[in-house]
Write a protein that binds this ligand. Structure first.
Ligand SMILES: C[S@@+](CC[C@H](N)C(=O)[O-])C[C@H]1O[C@@H](n2cnc3c(N)ncnc32)[C@H](O)[C@@H]1O
Length: 283
């Protein structure tokens, strides 16, 4: 039933992020959230509610602060336990949004120790990158804009990435752990392939990458389900032709093949009816 309600809502609102750039619409939600968090020290210093909504808070348009902070903290616990990252790692957070994972590693550390490594966050959203750069310690955290146009996340961007083909402002072989939560699930085929190649370039030998996307074999899709993915554009399954980057899906073997073609070693998948995680290792 909730899937049907969700599907109906999505028919009218195929993509939420564009609405979150409407300041008039968002002002009351930002104000209520700000007042509700006043005096709660564990929820101080968070980005405005409109930005958190833009990066995904389920259906929690209000009262999402504790969930937002907690999900970032849980992510680092899982990655540490899986042996993918250390407290002194050099980390690339692709599609970092308004800093959910950056704030968590800064506040809670990793594996019970403070984070002492370097952190690079990249995103196409200028407002969120500016917020992160202004609010995180610049000695360990750096944030940079990626010049890519997305109808959903950067509709006003005129140009695509640089002519050099380099999209990530990271040196070759400089990253121990790269991750992208719900970012490849917003990429069309050409960018997907380019981003996997860039991943291979920036990872150090032995470095790991974990990214999530909608996997056609695992996702909860169908006529009355949450997702339809009924449009096929090349290798990409597109949910909404009006906002193609709102949600994109791929077949499992196609994703694994892109990693191998780029020179990565396939490690594992973590399947989910929402988004499946793919993990690769640099040789
Ligand atoms: C669903 S949000 C997830 C944000 C963040 N990873 C998190 O888990 O909180 C998707 C993010 O990907 C970013 N994004 C979308 N397309 C991108 C692209 N082509 N390159 C880099 N970032 C992109 C969006 O601006 C947004 O911040």
């Amino acid at each position: 039933m909730s899937g049907l309600l969700d599907a109906t809502f999505r028919r009218f609102v195929p993509s939420l992020p564009p609405l979150t750039r409407n300041r008039v619409l968002m002002a009351p939600l930002d104000a209520i959230d700000y007042l509700a968090r006043a005096g709660q020290s564990d929820l101080a210093g968070l980005p405005p509610n409109r930005m958190r909504i833009r990066t995904g808070v389920g259906n929690r348009l209000l009262g999402n602060g504790a969930y937002w902070v907690g999900s970032g903290r849980d992510f680092w616990g899982q990655q540490f336990d899986a042996g993918r990252v250390r407290p002194d790692s050099s980390i690339l957070d692709l599609g970092c949004g308004c800093g959910r994972c950056a704030i968590a590693i800064d506040r809670f550390g990793i594996g019970g120790q403070p984070f002492t490594g370097k952190y690079l966050g990249l995103d196409v959203d200028r407002e969120m990158i500016s917020w992160c750069a202004a609010n995180m310690d610049p000695t360990r955290f750096r944030f940079a804009h990626v010049a890519k146009r997305s109808k959903v996340y950067s509709p006003n961007e005129s140009a695509d990435a640089s002519a050099t083909g380099r999209v990530f402002v990271a040196e070759d072989g400089s990253i121990d752990f790269m991750f992208a939560i719900s970012v490849f699930s917003h990429l069309l085929e050409k960018d997907f392939i380019q981003y996997v190649q860039e991943t291979r370039r920036v990872l150090r030998p032995g470095g790991r990458v974990l990214f999530s996307t909608f996997c056609m074999e695992d996702v909860d899709s169908g006529p009355d389900r949450r997702w339809s993915f009924k449009h096929r554009w090349g290798a990409t399954f597109v949910e909404s032709e009006r906002y193609p980057e709102a949600a994109t899906g791929y077949e499992r073997d196609w994703v694994i093949d892109q990693g191998i073609r780029a020179g990565l070693e396939f490690d594992t998948t973590i399947p989910s009816p929402v988004q499946t995680c793919f993990v690769f290792r640099a040789k």
